[in-house]
Design a protein around this ligand. Structure first.
Ligand SMILES: Cc1cc2nc3c(=O)[nH]c(=O)nc-3n(C[C@H](O)[C@H](O)[C@H](O)COP(=O)(O)OP(=O)(O)OC[C@H]3O[C@@H](n4cnc5c(N)ncnc54)[C@H](O)[C@@H]3O)c2cc1C
Length: 663
């Protein structure tokens, strides 16, 4: 088969669209449980619902076999508090997260994850994922338990983070879904939710979608629906042609689940919380450059003269040994571990890190660039675990990093791994491959559907699962576990609920909305220009530092773009049509972020949220959620205590709520 370039050279033109075009052709698909998004949360939800006997349909923009952030692998599984070696209880972990976030996180999601994350991982093992050192490759290593053969990450004493061989995890889920006869609609972008009587705020009875190859229109009719569509990676930065573009999120990450939920009248919280977007497009490919973070936690960093950068404990005291990097500091409770959607850690749960004044010390000439990761200074077990086991199973590393470096002759026993050369601020965070943190490049952080102890949203029949659709959550294990849990609840609801009735008028409106972009002049803008313009407005008007004037101006610019350029934007084929429809979701999510930012009239360290016109940091009267929804075209807010999940109508303890709802 010729490459694209060879084809164009030979024929002098780009190839014809290779699939039959079926615009306006409609199919109706019925399910007990419909799942929107087939990342790990969606796939595990599908398996769980099918095992409950439900007829399950899953719709996915990519292909479920490899789609989503976890599609290309995973190397550490957080929150496995009930694994036989863990010394951290679900309550310890949940409280550590909630204390660190000053309440701005999700106690429900964390407690569920810690209570059944280990069971969820065991299910993955049954499906074919290696979670133990079965070959005894790391026998006698200090990060391994010889009886269970489990291997631990971050904190070798507390043992609640497990190192796993998750390179094939997504395929294992895919084959299990096939075995259970889950109906899969790949290359399908879901574009709206359907509600009873077509009314916003009513029971959700399904969704609409467009096939991105044929343009066919789908009406999914479902007794219960689970949104598992991930975050909105393309909201603040969009540079698909750059190497490592959107490196920590998938190209399909366009906030559609949030947008269609908001359009349907669901409530959201924490949409004002955005985090540094250093992982989204302007850094380097994940784990492709020397660093000391996450997969590389504990790795020695040296400068060009071989001088080692000190590691420090959470109080900033220099550590004397490598082993101390993997233990809680005496007197501290345990290391929570990074990469769990948490933007602030209390010292007692924080992991040791590189000296925090490294940028300053580089500026003064104490350390000279380039820096390197020197794996030769680690024990052989640690070294082989990082390069080979973790780099090799971690997302996006198997082929792009491990195979490429190995083929090129990289030998971790001898060679060092260069970190990117950046301005000193680039070394503020040990995750060097993320590049220099730019204050205007942000990413959605904790914002998502407000959920209850059933992971049900504020709308009847609609559940949420996974990183981002659920507020204040985020990591691989958590996504699986929430999917598994939400699906149990959704299937139980589906069993007892009435047949869904689709409102034809609502379907026709969604259809007209979807197809209007195949009609305008071919000279109008396309989805890429539009996506870039949205990202630019978000960067300029909703960066790290915000104010009422800039946010309001940003909102009006988004409105103008939507009404003018976007309304006449053109899609040349079903793929472009799908991408264009995603841009409309980005508009909505951008508006949600700006409205929520306007509503919070203070600044917050815990939310990494800074209002230039309201600089007071975390005043106690603003320690509350501000649930938002749209009613009759107006965005409305109310107030909710941060610990609402432990207040009436819920029980006052985590365990009691879990016992009441989990089964
Ligand atoms: C390189 C990398 C390494 C990582 N390593 C780790 C790790 O070691 N440990 C860890 O805990 N976490 C890790 N993470 C994070 C972890 O992978 C994610 O938290 C997790 O995979 C999120 O899963 P999800 O199913 O909730 O969301 P996603 O993976 O975002 O899946 C959402 C799915 O929905 C689909 N979708 C979106 N919109 C629509 C629509 N409108 N219609 C239909 N489908 C739609 C998308 O195509 C996607 O497949 C890593 C992430 C990356 C990128």
């Amino acid at each position: 088969m010729p490459t694209f370039h060879e084809y164009v050279e030979k024929h002098g033109t780009v190839p014809e669209w290779p699939y039959p075009i079926r615009y306006d052709q409609e199919s109706e698909i019925s399910a007990d449980v419909l799942i929107i998004g087939g990342g790990v949360a969606g796939c595990h939800a599908a398996i769980s619902a099918a095992r409950q006997g439900a007829k399950v349909v899953i719709a996915e923009t990519g292909h479920v076999k490899r789609s989503g952030s976890g599609g290309a692998g995973v190397d550490h599984w957080h929150g496995a508090c009930k694994n036989p070696c863990s010394k951290v209880t679900p309550l310890d972990y949940t409280q550590a997260v909630m204390e660190s976030a000053n309440g701005f996180s999700n106690g429900i999601a964390r407690y569920i994850t810690c209570s059944e994350g280990w069971d969820t991982l065991l299910e993955c093992e049954e499906m074919g994922v290696q979670i133990r050192d079965v070959q005894d490759e790391f026998k006698d290593a200090i990060f391994r338990d010889d009886e269970t053969k489990l291997m631990f990450g971050y904190d070798y004493k507390s043992r609640h983070v497990l190192r796993v061989w998750g390179g094939n995890l997504k395929q294992c889920l895919f084959y299990e879904m096939k075995r259970l006869e889950v109906e899969m609609y790949n290359r399908t972008v879901v574009t709206s939710l359907l509600t009873e009587g077509g009314k916003p705020g009513g029971r959700v009875v399904g969704a609409t979608g467009v096939n991105m190859r044929t343009g066919e229109f789908y009406v999914f009719k479902a007794k219960a629906t689970i949104v598992a569509s991930g975050g909105a990676g393309r909201l603040f930065s969009f540079a698909p042609e750059l190497t490592a573009a959107a490196s920590m999120s998938t190209m399909n990450s366009a906030g559609t689940g949030h947008a269609i939920g908001f359009d349907a009248g669901a409530e959201f919280v924490l949409m004002e919380q955005t985090g540094p977007g250093r992982l989204a497009g302007f850094g380097y490919a994940p784990y492709s450059m020397g660093n000391a973070h996450n997969t590389f936690h504990g790795a020695p960093i040296v400068d060009v003269n071989g001088k080692e950068v000190p590691w420090v404990d959470p109080q900033g005291r220099e550590l004397q040994t490598i082993d101390e990097r993997f233990l809680p500091v005496p007197g501290n409770k345990f290391q929570l571990g990074a990469g769990i959607g948490l933007y602030h850690y209390n010292d007692e749960y924080r992991s040791p890190d590189l000296a925090r004044d490294l940028p300053e010390r580089i500026r003064k000439g104490e350390f000279q660039l380039p820096l390197y990761t020197d794996l030769t200074r680690l024990s052989e077990m640690e070294r082989r675990c990082i390069f080979g086991m973790m780099v090799g199973n971690e997302g996006k590393t198997r082929t792009a990093i491990y195979a490429t470096l190995t083929k090129a002759g990289f030998d971790p026993d001898k060679d060092m791994w260069q970190a990117p050369v950046m301005v000193p601020e680039g070394y503020t965070h040990a995750n060097f491959w993320g590049g220099v943190p730019l204050p205007h490049l942000r990413g959605l952080a904790g914002g998502g559907f407000l959920v209850d102890w059933d992971l049900r949203t504020s709308l009847e029949g609609l559940y949420a699962a996974g990183t981002s659709p659920v507020f204040g959550a985020g990591c691989h294990g958590e996504s699986h576990t929430m999917g598994r849990y939400a699906a149990r609840k959704a299937s139980a609801y589906a069993k007892s609920s009435a047949e869904p009735a689709i409102d034809r008028k609502q379907v026709e409106a969604a259809k007209a909305q979807a197809y209007r972009h195949i009609k305008p002049s071919k000279h109008s803008v396309g989805w890429k220009e539009l996506n870039y313009a949205i990202a630019r407005v978000m960067q300029d008007y909703c960066g790290r530092f915000k104010s009422e004037h800039t946010l309001k101006r940003g909102l009006s610019l988004l409105h103008e773009l939507r009404e003018n350029e976007a309304s006449t934007a053109y899609a040349a084929n079903p793929h472009e049509l799908g991408r264009l429809l995603e841009c409309f979701s980005l508009f909505t999510v951008g508006e949600m972020v700006m409205h929520a930012s306007l509503a919070r009239k203070c600044s917050s360290m815990y939310l990494d949220f800074f209002r230039l016109d309201h600089p007071q940091l975390d005043p106690p009267e603003w320690a509350k959620h501000l649930p938002m929804r749209r009613t009759n075209g107006k965005v409305q807010f109310r107030e909710l205590p941060l610990d609402f999940h432990l207040k009436a109508p819920y029980a006052s303890t985590y365990e009691e709520n879990y016992q009441r709802h989990a089964r």
